[in-house]
Design a protein around this ligand. Structure first.
Ligand code: HEM
Ligand code: FES
Length: 492
């Protein structure tokens, strides 16, 4: 069941990542930066929160009025920042959970990764506690609902036994001290989140905690845009504990479970929340019908490096190299760019999941692997392709016209494409091109004509059963059609 869920998620993530790569390029693919984006959102929340705190009154009589003043009297600053604070908090929940789902899908939470996983689970709790306490501060009708529902839920626990709710029976029971405590909790827990985020990445070699600038700028602009189009407003006026709250607009990122407090017995909601947390926390230790490696570590020799590396089971070659201070080429760290390519001289690797254009099958068959994805299955000797970055970055796209389609056998075709008049392609023997499909996916083929024929390319293509592109070529492609391709690629 868990394996099937992982396989489905893997498929979804790989498709989505291919689409994002086609749209933004692998460097700016947001799915490759989910952890760093969560960090960045935290800083936006902290900065906007600090501004709001400067104008917020922590007394029960003034809290609501001060939030209203921030929202309306200085809408151009406090108003926008209140909305940015809210939307960034929502976005952080979203990117954090997506980040978790991605590591779960790609099975990167076991073994030595238990530390990041477990601190991640605690982070989810802290982010939620901090966010939910934030909803209480404006002291509007939503705050009233969140406070009453939360404390009713907490009261179910044996230690409290109904004592908490007594504070909210009469309006007079809510006092300034309680509000100061709420504010202190909201800020204090957010600081704990920051501390734990820092601890969380300590065991990830060279963890990136800031996304690339274009992602930072577009995130910020999107949040400001949302704040202008749909500003965050208080709901239903100031809280009044003597009137029950009925109509509310919900925030589903933080308050998803709240309707359950009134639909299920509270004990069942506790069982759901604690049971799910325990199951997720225990995932790294659950036996999931995986092939058990007898060895716990492998020795990997990198040509030119004085010492062999020790690589832990499930650790990628890149992570092991960076952990040991070896300078290795990399960019996306997620199997999307091809910069970290190496040649496996001896031994076996598990290539794991990567985008096909980063390591085309034709190249993989030459014994190449991506260090950011491959994990050893035996002791290894590898050579780093330090030039792999260059051709991938400087490829050109062409529109080739089909001139000849020769059937050389039942499942073998020779294809000859001419380039547009005046265009040429400079390549060396052994290099390849990628056909670029409509959805941005690539299919690689080695160039079969001699390099001095610069105005055309020739390829030999085997039919791959159920292969989308080769089936198209074998059944529908005609002389005169055009195909988009990029190249030349690969180290000459
Ligand atoms: C505030 C929320 C979080 C932040 C800011 C955050 C940030 C990060 C960052 C920056 C990294 C370094 C590598 C990368 O960017 O992918 C990372 C790694 C990791 N995170 Fe998180 N994370 C958060 C929550 C979580 C959660 C909820 C989980 C899962 C329960 C999780 C699981 C992991 C794992 C397993 C790794 C290590 C992966 C490896 O060693 O290859 N994180 N996180
Ligand atoms: S660093 Fe991009 S594919 Fe490995």
């Amino acid at each position: 069941m868990i394996r099937r869920l992982q396989a489905t998620l893997q498929w979804l993530f790989m498709r989505a990542e291919a689409l994002f790569n086609a749209a933004f390029g692998d460097r700016l693919n947001p799915l490759y930066h989910l952890g760093a984006i969560s960090f960045f959102l935290f800083w936006i929340i902290a900065a906007s929160g600090l501004y709001l705190y400067a104008f917020f009154e922590t007394g029960v009589a003034d809290a609501h009025a001060s939030v209203e003043a921030i929202t309306h009297h200085q809408w151009f600053a406090g108003g926008i920042l209140r909305s940015v604070h809210r939307y960034a908090s929502d976005a952080m929940v979203f990117t954090m959970l997506l980040h978790m789902l991605r590591y779960f899908a790609f099975d990167r939470f076991r073994g030595f990764r238990w530390f990041s996983w477990l601190t991640g689970v605690v982070l989810i709790w802290l982010v939620y506690v901090s966010g939910i306490s934030g909803y209480m501060l404006p002291w509007d009708k939503l705050a009233q609902f969140v406070i009453v529902a939360t404390f009713e839920w907490l009261d179910w626990l044996p230690g409290f036994g109904g004592t908490l709710m007594r504070n909210f029976i009469y309006p007079s029971s809510v006092n300034d001290r309680f509000f100061s405590l709420l504010t202190f909790m909201h800020i204090g827990i957010s600081l704990l989140v920051l501390l734990l985020m820092w601890i969380h990445v300590q065991r990830v070699p060279k963890a990136k905690t800031a996304p690339p600038q274009p992602i930072r700028v577009s995130l910020l602009l999107t949040l400001i845009g949302l704040a202008l189009v749909q500003p965050t407003l208080s709901q239903g006026g100031a809280a009044n504990l003597s009137i029950a709250v009925t109509d509310l607009n919900f925030d589903w990122f933080y308050l998803l479970l709240f309707p359950l407090f009134y639909a299920w017995p509270l004990g069942q909601v506790w069982a759901l929340v604690l049971g799910t947390s325990a199951l997720v926390a225990a995932l790294p230790w659950l036996p999931l019908r995986l092939r058990r490696e007898r060895k716990q570590e492998f020795r990997v020799t990198i040509l030119g490096e004085p010492q062999p590396l020790t690589v832990r089971v499930g650790e990628t070659l890149l992570d092991a190299g960076l952990r040991n201070g070896v300078e290795l080429p990399y960019e996306c760290r997620n199997g999307g760019c091809g910069v970290c390519r190496c040649t496996v001289l001896h031994g076996r690797v598990n290539h794991r999941l990567y985008q096909r254009n980063a390591l085309p099958d034709a190249i993989r068959e030459q014994g190449k692997a991506l260090m950011c994805c491959a994990t050893p299955l035996s002791d290894l000797e590898i050579e780093v392709d330090r030039d792999a970055a260059r051709p991938v970055r400087s490829v050109r796209q062409y529109l080739g016209r089909v001139e000849h389609i020769d059937r050389l056998g039942a499942d073998l075709i020779r294809l000859r494409l001419s380039l547009p008049t005046g265009e040429t392609i400079e390549f060396a023997a052994g290099q390849y091109i990628n056909f670029v499909l409509e959805d941005g996916q690539r299919r690689a083929f080695t160039l079969a004509n001699p390099p001095h024929e610069k105005e055309q390319i020739e390829l030999q293509m085997h039919w791959i059963p159920n292969g989308r592109f080769t089936t198209f070529v074998f059944t529908r492609l005609q002389v005169g059609d055009t195909l988009r391709f990029e190249g030349p690629l690969g180290v000459p």
